[in-house]
Design a protein. Structure first.
Length: 342
């Protein structure tokens, strides 16, 4: 086990899970009260996991990580939770899945995964063609989030799955009040980050080998995902959606968290945050970036691409993404460290 997996956090999880044995049971699932879900949508390598962790510093918020992956591979493969335990041994997620599975078929996890493949796509053909199955999937999604809220004792759950298709499905799910956070990052930084591959190393949060992605592949997917997320934000409305730039988030982490929480509940935004300067601590995020396996994270701007990305590659991504670059307030020309425009 890597030193990045923290025994102190695992012990804290075990102590919290032991509370019901002393007479403190998790809150009951209340069908009449919708659970509030902050859904972080956008493209990868944009700081979505860091934002999930930052939001989870609020005492009323459970940062769940990429919850879409729970049935897809985290639970079946027993992958690591950010607390340092494999998911099936994590006191928090073990309890959540037990609650979620109550009165369900033994094949719940596999059934839910299959339903995700049909109903959580960007274009949503499955949601249109299989309404009866979509209804069952929606009720199971609501039950999952209520189980998370009840077990964690939180009033708000964060899902940083990024995929706008999942959020389209959740937005129409009875029992869920969805707040969408559209996270964008300069696509040149995203593309350069995805040019780097990583070998599989599960105990530090890399669950599978990550192959380098071609620049144009990343640029085109960045466009599609962000356009779909814009449509998602229009669907839920301006009172339940906000666009956050990665660069603004890392510059003012506390202010960004307050801005998002103000959409949920102004009183929550006014409460003090368990956040020392720009340092944040992961809790029970499932899946996401490898940073979630660290004990503490100092949030800082990552703009190494401005120093290391070759000029031709930078302009290739700039030309492909120019319309959205301008819309999101990014300069088409960038300033290199020595002050030379490119």
């Amino acid at each position: 086990m890597s030193s990045a997996v923290l025994p102190d956090r695992l012990r804290a999880s075990e102590e919290a899970a032991a509370e019901p044995e002393d007479g403190i049971a998790p809150a009951p699932l209340v069908d009449a009260a919708p659970v509030r879900v902050i859904y972080i949508a956008g493209y990868g390598r944009s700081g979505t996991t860091l934002l999930d962790i930052a939001l989870g510093q609020h005492p009323a918020v459970m940062g769940g990580g990429e919850i879409a992956t729970l049935a897809r591979h985290v639970w079946p493969n027993d992958e690591y939770c950010a607390c340092g335990a494999p998911a099936q041994s994590c006191p928090m997620w073990r309890g959540i899945v037990e609650d979620w599975s109550e009165d369900e078929e033994p094949t719940l996890i596999e059934d839910y995964r299959r339903a995700q493949e049909r109903t959580e796509t960007i274009f949503g053909l499955g949601r249109l063609l299989e309404r009866s199955r979509s209804t069952l999937h929606a009720s199971r999604s609501a039950k999952l989030f209520k189980s998370i809220a009840a077990r964690s004792g939180s009033t708000v759950v964060v899902d940083s799955s990024k995929l706008p298709g999942r959020a389209f499905a959740l937005a129409k799910t009875p029992g869920i009040t969805l707040i969408v956070v559209h996270v964008v990052r300069d696509p040149r930084g995203v593309a350069w980050s995805l040019k780097k591959g990583y070998k599989r190393q599960v105990d530090v949060g890399i669950q599978r080998e990550l192959l380098p992605k071609p620049l144009l592949y990343t640029a085109l997917r960045w466009i599609v995902v962000n356009l779909a997320t814009e449509r998602l934000c229009r669907q839920v409305g301006p009172h339940r959606s906000v666009r956050i730039k990665y660069e603004d988030f890392v510059a003012d982490t506390r202010g960004t968290v307050r801005r998002i929480l103000a959409l949920v509940d102004p009183e929550m935004a006014a409460q003090s945050l368990d956040m020392a300067a720009s340092s944040i601590s992961p809790q029970h995020q499932v899946a996401g970036s490898r940073h979630r396996m660290q004990s503490k994270i100092v949030v800082g701007r990552d703009e190494h691409w401005k120093e290391t990305m070759p000029r031709f590659q930078r302009w290739l991504v700039t030309l492909a993404c120019a319309p959205l670059l301008a819309r999101y307030g990014y300069a088409l020309r960038t300033i290199e460290p020595k002050g030379r425009e490119t």
